[in-house]
Ligand binder design. Structure first.
Ligand code: NAI
Ligand code: MG
Length: 602
């Protein structure tokens, strides 16, 4: 069990933090989350944005997850102090800077991944403690500094009082630990190239010093190729050819600029995560700030925070890889149906986080504790085989056997989802008296075996519903694969956000409560002349819903696999230049379920 100090902070910080943590809740992570205070409210009330109790919490925990923190210029900060604390010499120091300094977090890690097309995946590692931001920044020079710059013609023209200077501090201590961190990171994430970003043709001596350290340390990492590139060239290539990079290491200011460019390449602040790491401490946060104008509106993109959680899990080396969360975020980003405004959508923070949650497989122990249940579903090879097949192939296989299976008129409501499972049948009937009380008992869901596909018969009604968001979330918790309604559903937006495979005759908003009642479960159900018996295998995707009678399932799976092989062979032959009619002849299109195994040559 690892412990995490969770500091939600200000503005949108608490919203994205709680949405992200709720989403990963179902992974049942071995984490002890301990919440603490940080940020603007602490400053306003206590004159200290990082209270003593928070430092103590940080000491007691393995790492920290930070939301976002509001910072304001010194004068405004002073004005917001309680009257008793004003003028007492308290100064506002950004908590982020306090954390980095006090915990000695020398490396800022910014992964930049292409969530939509998977085209690039690189990481910018920025030095956090020295370089041009080391604090040697002077306006009006003393003699020592003046002597160093006085020969420059512009300095001559201005004089010591009208000149300012910033020193770029580079120490072997600072450079070596950063480079070693970069190599170790590259190795752990499977990157084969480390790019040192600098400006060797201009900053000749300090860049050469850095080059020497790189060459020395690279000897310990022979599996990783190195290169040194100019920062301006990297800026260009990061935009034009981001796929060429693996790990980029840069001094403080170059890294600052490139890491924000990376956030832009990735698609904006709502997506970019970061980690700050030292030898004895770390914290993870989204790159964005507290966006006070957006706070409390459920509009902020939670993906940056979800990816920060993933990065934290990688760092903690947990058995549940951050990759699982990244894959779930990627799936939702790719689908584009449930995204926030900054990605061109209209969904809210929580809705997006729920959609990501819907992509995460519940851990076994989490699933077991949600409800009492008769044990996990036994492995079901036939269902697994049919689940991998397209409904079009399964339909061809059924046709070849002269068996009908299409549940006509039952249409997909959640595009892009697919499911297969054993039918659990439910029959509704109209309420025939006007008695009081709740008549639409859907409590049958408590008893549905895991792995089932629920088939509900409400006589094809489109005037009232038998399914909605509440049943969807219960079904997901119980491991139900999908639902087909010979009837209607509501709460379609939420069900889409949850990514649940739902098929129905219609959609309406009218409740079925007290209009219909449960008649039976486990009864045969007939839809458009096709009978669904409990235990038959239901297969559904964007084409619609098919029922494979249990007795035929093995033969149907065999033949459908043959259909896909045949079509694959024909497709490959056509792509290679064969005429379609020749390819069809050669690969046995007349009997595609034979799988092209007996090519017939004319
Ligand atoms: P910001 O990152 O808070 O917001 C800039 C703009 O980016 C927002 O107006 C919004 O349009 C967009 N944005 C940010 N996060 C988003 C999200 N999750 N989803 C969708 N859009 C998002 O930067 P700003 O406005 O410069 O600073 C606001 C406050 O945050 C300031 O007090 C600043 O000091 C603080 N800040 C804190 C940081 C931290 O906690 N590490 C980092 C940057 C700023
Ligand atoms: Mg920055």
């Amino acid at each position: 069990m690892k412990s995490v100090a969770v500091l939600p902070g200000d503005g949108i910080g608490p919203e994205v933090t709680s949405a992200a943590l709720d989403a990963v809740d179902r992974l049942n992570l071995p984490l002890d989350l301990r919440f603490g205070d940080i940020g603007w409210e602490c400053w306003r009330e206590e004159g200290n944005p990082v209270p003593q109790r928070t430092w103590k919490l940080l000491e007691e925990t393995d790492t920290c997850l930070l939301g976002a923190i509001t910072s304001k210029p010194l004068r405004e900060a002073e004005a917001e102090l309680p009257p008793g604390l004003r003028g007492t010499g308290l100064t506002f120091v950004s908590p982020v800077i306090q954390l980095r300094q006090r915990l000695n977090l020398y490396a800022n890690i910014r992964p930049v991944t292409d969530l939509v097309d998977g085209r690039f995946d690189f990481t910018v590692i920025r030095e956090n403690t020295e370089g041009l931001y080391a604090g040697f920044d002077v306006h009006g020079l003393d003699d020592a500094l003046w002597n160093a710059v006085r020969d420059h013609p512009n300095a001559q023209a201005s004089g010591a009082a009208a000149t300012s200077v910033t020193l770029r501090l580079q120490t072997e201590f600072g450079m070596d630990r950063l480079l070693r961190h970069g190599f170790a990171y590259a190795r752990s994430r499977g990157h084969h190239r480390l790019t040192l970003v600098d400006k060797p043709n201009v900053l000749r001596h300090s860049s050469n010093h850095l080059r020497e350290r790189l060459e020395l340390i690279a000897g310990d990492y022979p599996d990783i190729e190195t290169e040194i590139l100019n920062v301006d060239a990297v800026a260009l290539w990061m935009v034009r050819r981001p796929e060429r990079f693996g790990v980029l290491v840069a001094e403080n200011m170059f890294g600052d600029i490139l890491s924000d460019l990376g956030a832009g390449v990735m698609g904006g602040l709502g997506l970019a995560p970061s980690g700050n790491i030292g030898d004895h401490g770390s914290y993870f946060e989204p790159v964005h700030g507290s966006a006070p104008g957006m706070a409390g509106q459920d509009r902020a993109n939670p993906m940056a925070m979800l990816l920060a959680v993933a990065q934290m899990l990688d760092h903690l080396d947990l058995a549940v890889p951050g990759e699982e969360i990244r894959a779930a975020v990627r799936a939702v980003a790719e689908r584009r149906t449930t995204v926030t405004y900054d990605m061109g959508g209209t969904s809210g923070t929580q809705e997006v986080a729920r959609a990501v949650a819907g992509e995460l497989a519940p851990a076994e122990s989490a699933a077991e504790t949600t409800a009492p249940r008769a044990g996990r579903a036994p492995s079901d090879d036939l269902v697994d085989r049919l689940a991998r097949l397209d409904t079009a192939s399964v339909s061809d296989a059924l046709d070849s056997l002269g068996v009908g299976g299409v549940l006509a008129g039952i249409a997909p409501r959640v595009p892009g989802t697919r499911a297969a499972g054993r039918a659990f049948t439910v029959t509704y009937q109209p309420v025939d008296d006007t008695g009081e009380g709740f008549r639409n008992a859907a409590n049958y869901l408590d008893d549905v075996p895991e792995g089932s596909f629920v088939v509900v018969d409400n006589a094809g009604s489109t005037t009232c519903t038998n399914w909605g968001s509440l049943l969807t979330s219960l079904a997901q918790r119980r491991g139900v694969r999908g639902t087909a309604l010979h009837g209607s559903a509501r709460d379609i937006a939420e069900i889409r956000a949850a990514g649940y495979p739902l098929y129905s005759t219609g959609a309406t908003m009218v409740s079925g409560k007290n209009r219909v009642e449960l008649a039976a479960t486990g009864r045969d159900v007939t839809v458009g002349g096709i009978t669904v018996r409990p235990g038959d295998i239901v297969v559904a995707d964007d084409n619609g819903v098919l029922v494979v009678p249990d007795a035929y399932a093995a033969e149907v799976a065999e033949r459908a696999e043959g259909v896909e092989r045949t079509e694959g062979a024909i497709g490959a032959a056509v792509a290679a230049g064969l005429r379609l009619d020749e390819a069809r002849l050669r690969y046995g299109y007349a009997k595609p379920w034979d799988g092209g195994r007996q090519p017939s040559h004319a």
